[in-house]
Design a protein around this ligand. Structure first.
Ligand code: ADP
Length: 158
């Protein structure tokens, strides 16, 4: 079975993430959304909250599961018996880091591939950081996050 992993912090999930997950889910039989529980980044939402948001946002996708992980991505891939990592590319600024990551991962685990999906232009400016900034100052996040999770995000922030 072809299994793919979309790894990330998803703090919180955005329309850009959901677009990559939806498109990625058509390329594999099973898609695992791997939620980094690494707290070094000082996330706004706990890993349990980020998982819950992603589960709600992806509930219409039959072959998608959401699983938290920590440690090396290649170890998580092996654990999930996944052959490919699927990542979104927003702009050239993403490219250098993503290239390094893909090459480092392949040297750790030569049997894996990284697949890049280019962002849909209408989402290219959206990031979790922007959502968090808008939230901090009480702005409207409805243009940035999936409709199904807007209320849950406001609830978690209370
Ligand atoms: P990380 O902490 O690994 O950068 P993120 O949660 O920010 O994790 O992103 C997870 C994945 O989603 C990455 O591949 C990232 O490039 C991609 N991504 C984030 N925002 C967008 C967007 N607006 N359009 C397309 N891909 C995106």
């Amino acid at each position: 079975m072809k299994v793919g992993v979309v790894p990330g912090s998803f703090d919180p999930v955005t329309l850009g993430h959901l677009d990559i997950i939806e498109r990625g889910s058509k390329l594999v039989e099973k898609l695992v959304v791997g939620v980094l529980s690494n707290s070094a980044k000082g996330p706004m939402f706990s890993v349990a909250q980020r998982v819950e948001l992603l589960e709600k946002a992806t509930s219409h996708l039959d072959n998608v599961v959401v699983i938290p992980f920590e440690g090396l991505l290649v170890d998580f891939l092996k654990e999930q018996q996944a052959q490919a990592v699927i990542r979104g590319l927003r702009a050239v600024t993403d490219f250098e880091y993503e290239l390094q990551l893909a090459q480092a991962n392949r040297s750790l685990y030569p049997d894996m591939e990284t697949v890049f999906l280019t962002t849909n232009v209408q989402y290219s400016y959206i990031s979790s950081t922007i959502v968090k900034d808008v939230l901090k100052y009480g702005g409207d996040i409805s243009h940035f996050v999936p409709a199904a999770v807007i209320d849950m995000i406001y609830h978690f922030r209370r």
